[in-house]
Design a binder for this molecule. Structure first.
Ligand code: FAD
Ligand code: THG
Length: 820
């Protein structure tokens, strides 16, 4: 067992790249005393990806978490010094657009930057050439200037952090090759190297693209693919003669030409060019040469000129002065790509004390290190890491083939304009519900999530959309959308619809002690008679929302949980006491939501049980039969209508679908998709965990305080919430409606108070409310602004969109439609 005080524990960090060095600094800053960093190569440039990273830091992206990581890296490296120079050169960033699509996307990105607090400004072509005189002004439509982006000096930043960590007692040992991970009873106990064994209470694999190799030693899957990426440097350019100080190397913004998958930076009088335009070049991490056997260094493979040729032409096209130069140097550098492009962070459940901090760019490195160090110190992350959590991957997403396909596709798409709903095209279909054949017959338009094919609407419902009056949509909000969604929403409110809820994660908790366990893990009172369903929250020790769940007590020691992510399963498995079994029953079962005012008329004739309001109350569950199919029925609805979730095993799913379909014909039943679903849930004000609320928010801030029952006894997070209430919050998840009934936004837009230049918050979820006839946007705002009637505005592709804080829920606040 590790010592009682976490900071007394022995930590071995594998890898002295930017992640390992940053982590040693962050741990020792928090008082960890026994920190050893091992690297197979010589320090301070041991030959991993960091050793040759050109260090471009563009902070802004769709993920708030990743942007915050980058912002911390900028701030931290700015304050670090090596050789009398700052480790960050704030030359700014410039992304240029040569297509209308990109130019629109840069407007969207300016909105993201504002939402996450990064300075950004859209520039005319002329102002772009002011910043980068070599640019061909005639080629570009404009640019996005981010003055606080710039160049990280990655190896000096390693040195500076190494020195600081050493001054606090950390050890850095070069030329120690890790060959094994020692374990005992499910805990890591040490690290074996070619030069001896290092006992450890915690081991952090910060081995970059070698992560899968280290993971294999520990028996832990590390879902990343090493890929080579080309980087070339020109000859000295007359145009840059005397422009840059050789010590800082660059003065002009780092430049992105994403329409051709290219980026540029200055190296004194040369230009460095990085390209993602070439074919994906996977690298076997086992086959990478050792430092002494590598021609340059292990992560640097020979340049393949023919792959770079089109990029060189594209570079000349943008920067014509390059035409007089040529590529002087180049290499194919190796680094990591994951199936979703995000890092892989966290402690393995199978091997406690074994942590991963992999697939991290220099850009995110300090922020990741800060978050992982906080997690190791406090036992929980202090920021929302769900997009980076090691346990986010489903079993179906862990095959080597999946990791290869997705990793390579992420390389291809790295600079593409990606719509927030856009799925990857391969490998699909991967997971399908038992109703898949019927969904195809109905012309389902599928998007993918968690490996599942999920219908967004059904072309079969097109006739219902005829004659609907809907506002025109702009190109972005029209993508992955159809007016059919409006018809499906309406049919759900007026008649009855079938929703495929199979991808909803289902967990089963059984065995003596189940009740006590779930009571201690979650916030609401679960000590109710079998047959009760309860909406409850998983909190972390700080009172932050880790998930929201529905818990159905099916028998005294048998609970079925409707959950959100793999992290929920992980959390319950980690804490389950002996005798309590936690099982993910999602694969192998399925679920149909039957919702709408005619749901009872549809279902009652199919069962001998009493489905009346008296016989089967709201938030109740029971086992019953629907025709020939045994089901668990739960009376609840995320879309805010009368109805049931019906669960059965996968083998009977198709029969269940067909039974409901036949019985529903006289009632005008339709199949409805997630596009309608999302609109309906926002009208009803139901939060979506991971979007609207995360561990960064308390239940009172997020408007789910009703699910917290401190009087029921102790549970995780209770102490931290003491003294908190709806009245003490300083920020609130707030319901907004857009004033113009024709306006539509997508989510993540910045929200401004009247007359303000700086945003006060950001949108978490948005959808057109078809019943309401307006677009709904939920947003985090200061409590002072979150007062119904307050006028605010959003920025959407640079356009100012007026909105008003609304009383919520917008739809059926009296619950008359559900409780009857
Ligand atoms: P590494 O730097 O690879 O460190 C891992 C260390 O683990 C290595 O030093 C290795 O020797 C050690 N190790 C591995 N196995 C063992 C073992 N068995 N025993 C002991 N030690 C071991 N990112 C940006 O943010 N901006 C950029 O502009 C940028 N440009 C890039 C350009 C190129 C050409 C490349 C290849 C990458 C670029 N990146 C960029 C990505 C970035 O370089 C990497 O993501 C980052 O450096 C990874 O850091 P790390 O500490 O995780 O891994
Ligand atoms: N169905 C089931 N489980 C789930 C979801 C689901 N678990 C994850 C996620 N979705 C949880 N989210 C919600 C959000 C709101 C409601 C149910 C699940 C809901 N709330 C009612 C309300 O707020 O008025 C009831 C609350 C109460 O009575 O305590 O219905 O879709 N199975």
């Amino acid at each position: 067992m590790p010592p009682a005080s976490p900071t007394d524990a022995r930590v071995v960090v594998i890898g002295a790249g930017i992640v390992g060095c940053s982590l040693a600094d962050e741990l020792t800053a928090r008082g960890w005393r026994d920190v050893t960093v091992l690297d197979q190569g010589p320090l301070p440039a041991p030959g991993g990806s960091t050793s040759h990273a050109p260090g471009l830091v563009f902070q802004t992206g769709p993920s708030k978490t990743m942007t915050e990581f980058a912002t911390y890296t900028v701030e931290k490296f700015h304050s670090l010094e090596a050789d009398g120079l700052s480790c960050f050169n704030p030359v700014g960033g410039l992304e240029i657009a040569t297509t209308e699509e990109r130019w629109a996307d840069l407007h969207r990105k300016a909105g993201l930057a504002a939402s996450w607090g990064v300075r950004a400004e859209l520039l005319t072509p002329r102002r772009c050439t002011d910043l980068w005189p070599m640019l061909d002004e005639g080629r570009i439509l404009g640019g996005l200037h981010t003055p606080d982006d710039g160049l990280a000096r990655a190896v000096p930043a390693c040195r500076a952090q190494m020195a600081r960590a050493e001054s606090r007692g950390a050890r850095f040992l070069e030329r120690h090759t890790v060959t094994g991970i020692e374990r005992d009873g499910g805990r890591v106990t040490g690290v074996v190297t070619d030069r001896g064994t290092f006992p450890a209470d915690h081991v952090v694999s910060a081995a970059g693209f070698w992560g899968p190799v280290i993971g294999a030693m520990a028996g832990v899957d590390v879902p990343l693919l090493p890929l080579a990426h080309q980087y070339a440097t020109t000859e000295p350019l007359p145009a840059l003669d005397g422009v840059n100080d050789p010590r800082t190397e660059a003065s002009r913004p780092i430049l992105r030409f994403q329409d051709r998958d290219l980026y540029f930076r200055e190296h004194t009088d040369r230009i460095g060019i990085g390209s993602y335009a070439h074919r994906p070049m996977p690298v076997d991490p086992y086959a990478v040469p050792a430092f002494d056997d590598a021609p340059v260094m292990p992560s640097s493979l020979p340049f393949t000129e023919e792959d770079f040729a089109p990029s060189w032409q594209d570079s000349i096209g943008l920067l014509p002065a390059l035409g007089a130069s040529r590529v002087a140097d180049g290499f194919n550098g190796v680094f990591s790509f994951t199936p979703d492009g995000m890092p892989v962070l966290g402690e393995s459940r199978e091997l406690r004390g074994f942590w991963l901090a992999e697939a991290v760019w220099v850009t995110a490195s300090a922020g990741v290190a800060r978050a992982v160090a906080a997690w190791m110190t406090d036992g929980r992350p202090d920021t929302d890491l769900h997009e980076c959590d090691l346990h986010r991957f489903e079993d179906a997403q862990r095959s080597p083939a999946y990791i290869e396909d997705r990793g390579a596709q992420n390389f291809v798409e790295v600079y593409d304009v990606i719509h927030p709903l856009q799925p990857m095209e391969a490998p699909r279909p991967l997971r399908v519900s038992p109703f898949y054949a019927r969904q195809q017959e109905l012309g389902a338009f599928f998007l993918e999530g968690g490996g599942w094919e999920r219908p967004h609407w059904y072309e079969a419902n097109a006739p219902l959309a005829e004659g609907l009056q809907l506002p025109e949509r702009d190109a972005w909000s029209a993508r992955y959308w159809s007016p059919i969604a409006a018809a499906e929403a309406r049919a759900t409110r007026e008649k009855v619809a079938l929703y495929d809820m199979t991808p909803l994660r289902r967990l089963e908790v059984t065995g003596p002690g189940s009740l006590g366990f779930l009571q201690a893990m979650t916030t609401n009172q679960l000590n109710k008679k079998p047959g009760a369903v309860t909406y409850t929250l998983l909190l972390d020790e700080g009172g932050g929302i880790r998930s929201d769940l529905t818990v159905a007590r099916l028998a005294p020691d048998h609970f079925q949980i409707g959950a959100n992510s793999g992290a929920d399963l992980d959390r319950l498995l980690r804490h389950a006491p002996d005798g309590v079994q936690v099982r993910d029953i999602t694969p192998g079962t399925c679920c149909i939501g039957v919702w709408g005012p005619l749901a009872r008329e549809l279902v009652q004739p199919l069962t001998r049980d009493d489905f009346s309001h008296q016989g089967f109350g709201y938030f109740k569950a029971r086992r019953t039969h629907i025709g020939h199919v045994p089901v668990t029925a739960m009376r609840l609805s995320y879309v805010g209508e009368l109805g049931w979730e019906l669960y059965t095993t996968a083998d009977l799913g198709l029969r269940l679908w067909d039974t409901l379909w036949e019985a529903g014909r006289p009632h005008g039943v339709i199949a409805a998709g997630r596009s309608a679903f999302n609109s309906l849930r926002l009208e009803k004000g139901y939060r979506s965990w991971g979007h609207d609320m995360t561990c960064e928010h308390t239940p009172y801030e997020a408007g789910v305080g009703f699910a917290v029952r401190p009087a029921k006894g102790d549970f995780t997070g209770r102490a931290a919430l003491e003294g908190h209430s709806e009245r003490t919050v300083t920020r609130k998840l707030t319901c907004l409606t857009l004033d113009d009934p024709a306006a539509v936004v997508l989510g993540k837009e910045p929200v401004y108070a009247q007359g303000a230049d700086a945003p006060s918050g950001y949108v978490t979820s948005a959808a057109y409310g078809y019943t309401l006839g307006r677009c709904i946007a939920y947003a985090w705002l200061p409590a002072a602004l979150a007062v119904p009637g307050t006028a605010v505005h959003l920025a959407y592709f640079g356009e100012k969109i007026p909105a008003t804080v609304a009383e919520e829920p917008l739809f059926d606040p009296q619950m008359t439609r559900i409780r009857r």
